[in-house]
Ligand binder design. Structure first.
Ligand SMILES: [Zn+2]
Length: 258
C-alpha cells in the first residue's frame, strides 16, 4: 500500500543526480505532461520510460499513484530492468511498466525512451484485423517501422518480454499491441513522444475514415511503396518538434521541471 503524500513534498533532485540524469528527468516529465495535455492518459494506467544516459542499465518511470499531469522531474522513480527501486519514493511502480519497458530497454540499446498508451483510437486500430491500414500519407510513413504484438493478457508476467522484444525486432520504432494499445520507442525521449504523436494521429484518422460509411479512395501499391522511402527524414523526427513542445510547457506549466 502506497503511503500518502503530496508532490510538493518531493525534494528537488537537481543537485543530487548527474546532469545527464537530470536532463532525462526533465524530458521524461515533459513527455508525461504532453501526453496529459493531449488527453491520452488513462488515470494511472500506461507508462512512459527513459533510460538514464550515464547509468544505462537503469531507467526512469512514473510513480504509480500520481497523475501524468502532476508528474515532475524529481518525482520520477529510478529502477533497473528487474524492477528494483533506487529512489526514495512514497509510491510503488506499476509491474506492467517493468515487464514492458524493462524488457525493451534491456534488449534495444539504441532506445532511450518508450511510450505506451491505451487511447481509444490506438486500441481500436490495434483491434482492427488489418492493423494500421495504408489509407493516407501519415499511415504510410509508419509502414516500414511498425510491428505487431499479439495479446497475452495483462502484462504482468516477465515471460512476455521475450515475445515483446522479438515482435518489436531491431528495426521497428512503433508497435500495435493487439487488443491493448500502442507503443513507440525513440533514440531520444522527444523522438519517442513525437513518434507517438503521429501514430496516435494515424490511428484517429483510420477510425474516422472507416466510420464514414462511404467507399474509400485506396492508394496504389506503387505509392504505398514509394512514400515511406520519401520519408527519409523520419529518423530525425523530433529534433525540431521537441524543443518547441518543451517551450510550450515552459510557458504553460513550468512546474514539470521541479
Ligand atoms: Zn497497457
Amino acid at each position: 500500500m502506497a503511503k500518502t503524500g503530496t508532490l510538493k513534498s518531493v525534494p528537488t533532485l537537481r543537485d543530487s543526480v548527474s546532469e545527464a540524469e537530470w536532463a532525462a528527468r526533465v524530458d521524461l516529465a515533459a513527455s508525461y505532461r504532453l501526453v496529459a495535455r493531449e488527453g491520452w492518459d488513462e488515470m494511472l494506467s500506461t507508462h512512459i520510460s527513459a533510460r538514464i544516459p550515464d547509468d544505462p542499465e537503469k531507467f526512469l518511470v512514473n510513480p504509480y499513484g500520481v497523475l501524468f499531469s502532476q508528474i515532475t522531474a524529481s518525482s520520477l522513480v529510478k529502477v533497473d530492468f528487474e524492477g528494483n527501486v533506487y529512489s526514495d519514493t512514497d509510491y510503488p511502480v506499476n509491474t506492467a511498466a517493468i515487464v514492458i519497458h524493462g524488457g525493451l530497454l534491456e534488449a534495444r540499446k539504441d532506445v532511450a525512451s518508450a511510450v505506451h498508451l491505451h487511447t481509444p483510437a490506438g486500441v481500436a486500430v490495434s483491434t482492427h484485423q488489418k492493423g494500421l491500414m495504408p489509407l493516407n500519407q501519415r499511415a504510410l510513413y509508419f509502414q516500414p517501422i511498425l510491428a505487431y504484438h499479439d495479446y497475452e493478457g495483462l502484462a504482468l508476467d516477465m515471460d512476455e518480454r521475450e515475445s515483446l522484444v522479438q515482435d518489436l525486432g531491431t528495426e521497428n520504432w512503433a508497435m500495435l499491441l493487439r487488443n491493448h494499445g500502442t507503443l513507440t520507442v525513440g533514440r531520444t525521449i522527444g523522438q519517442a513522444y513525437v513518434y507517438m504523436f503521429f501514430l496516435e494521429r494515424a490511428c484517429q484518422m483510420q477510425v474516422q475514415t472507416l466510420a464514414g460509411g462511404v467507399p474509400l479512395t485506396e492508394l496504389s501499391d506503387e505509392l504505398i511503396e514509394k512514400v515511406p522511402q520519401q520519408a527519409f527524414h523520419w529518423e530525425h523526427m523530433g529534433k525540431l518538434e521537441w524543443p518547441a513542445l518543451k517551450k510550450l510547457l515552459d510557458e504553460k506549466e513550468p512546474d514539470y521541471k521541479n
